[in-house]
Design a protein around this ligand. Structure first.
Ligand code: PHE
Length: 354
């Protein structure tokens, strides 16, 4: 207290004004009002000149003290405000990387999955690998020789009518085509084995095939097959039949069986069609299996000696069997898909069921 009620009142008012300042702007304005050139403090200072020396000295000291007090209050308030504003700014600038703002961010995408055909191919491979087969692949564009010639189907042979073929004009001397089956991979494997001394062969060959077929409930012009080939010493038709039966039970379940019916393929002799118990009616007979209780899955037979000749394998020493069937057809049978075209329509409501 200065002993001067007017000066004390001045300091009290300044204290209240300073305390009410909230922002940097406020405190600048308050500072001008309570200690600037036009402030009551400055006014009082200017009036000192009119006073007697003693009075002037005393009042001058009191005013000086009051100014120090007020300026200290202003500084203190200013630094509090600055610290507060900085803290507020930092809070506003903070980015919370873990924060989820409903509506601001798209809902997390659902997890994808393999297409049913890929899943089916994988599980077929698993079954055959478990039986001791290796997995091999071959090209989708073939020459006439691999797709037909080496498989004992010479040009103009009526057996070519079994495969409606997409021919490609690549300007090569030999005609090229989209493979109509996976059987040409047999030729690649046997040629390589002859070159590298790689016999015997126990392999399955999955892959995409093409035929000029009109799509319907059981056919697609682009489809998938898995081929099997065994070339070894002393292989008989019983090995073929046993392999097909073991595969059928392993893949479709113990109550589904296989049967072989005589058929013709130029590259196997004898040849058979390979059928499995209809998975829709479990053999009782229904519309899908035309009341027979059986569904055809593919073809098979003993490798024709003419094929061994074409690749240079000694048919007196080696024998073998081959089979080939549709992967898409397997998926259809196992999951009872009425129309195969559902596999290529990309309807997510269908695909996400598997
Ligand atoms: N490649 C034949 C087809 O697509 C199936 C088959 C493969 C038949 C192997 C016999 C042996 O029709």
């Amino acid at each position: 207290m200065s002993g001067h009620p007017d000066i004390d009142a001045l300091v009290d008012r300044a204290r209240a004004d300073v305390a009410s300042a909230r922002t940097t702007e406020d405190i600048r304005a308050v500072a001008a009002t309570v200690s600037g050139k036009k402030s009551p403090l400055a006014e009082a200072g200017r009036r000192l000149g009119t006073l007697e020396p003693d009075e002037r000295r005393e009042l001058g000291r009191a005013l000086h003290e009051a100014r120090s007090t007020i300026e200290a209050l202003i500084e203190e308030r200013r630094s509090t405000i600055t610290a507060d504003e900085l803290a507020r700014q930092m809070e506003a600038d903070r980015i919370d990387l873990t924060e989820f703002i409903a509506g601001a961010v798209p809902a997390p995408a659902g997890r994808g999955r393999l297409h049913l055909v890929t899943q089916t191919r994988d599980s077929l491979e698993d079954v055959f690998v478990g039986m001791g087969f290796e997995v091999a692949e071959g090209p989708e564009i073939e020459t006439d020789w691999f797709n037909f010639g080496a498989l004992n189907i010479p040009p103009a042979h009526p057996a070519r009518g079994m495969w409606d073929t997409f021919y490609l004009d690549l300007g090569a001397p030999e005609s090229t085509l989209l493979r109509t089956h996976t059987s040409p991979v047999q030729i690649h494997l046997m040629e390589t084995a002859v070159r590298t001394g790689g016999l015997p062969i126990h392999a399955v060959m999955p892959g995409r095939c093409y035929r000029r077929d009109t799509p319907d409930a059981r056919h697609l012009p682009v489809f998938h097959q898995i081929e099997g080939l065994v070339v070894d010493e002393g292989i008989t038709f019983a090995d073929l039949a046993g392999t097909i039966e073991v595969f059928t039970a392993a893949y479709f379940g113990p109550d589904i069986h296989s049967r072989l019916r005589p058929a013709y393929f130029p590259f196997t002799e004898p040849s058979a069609e390979f059928e499995v118990t209809c998975t829709i009616c479990h053999g009782a007979g229904c519309r899908t299996c035309s009341q027979t209780g059986w569904i055809e899955l593919g073809g098979c037979g003993m490798v024709d000696p003419a094929v061994f000749d074409a690749v240079g394998i000694d048919a007196d020493r080696w024998s073998g069997f081959a089979f080939g069937f549709g992967i898409d057809r397997c998926a259809q049978m196992r999951h009872q898909i009425a129309d195969l075209r559902a596999l290529i329509e990309n309807d997510i409501r269908f695909l996400r069921q598997f």
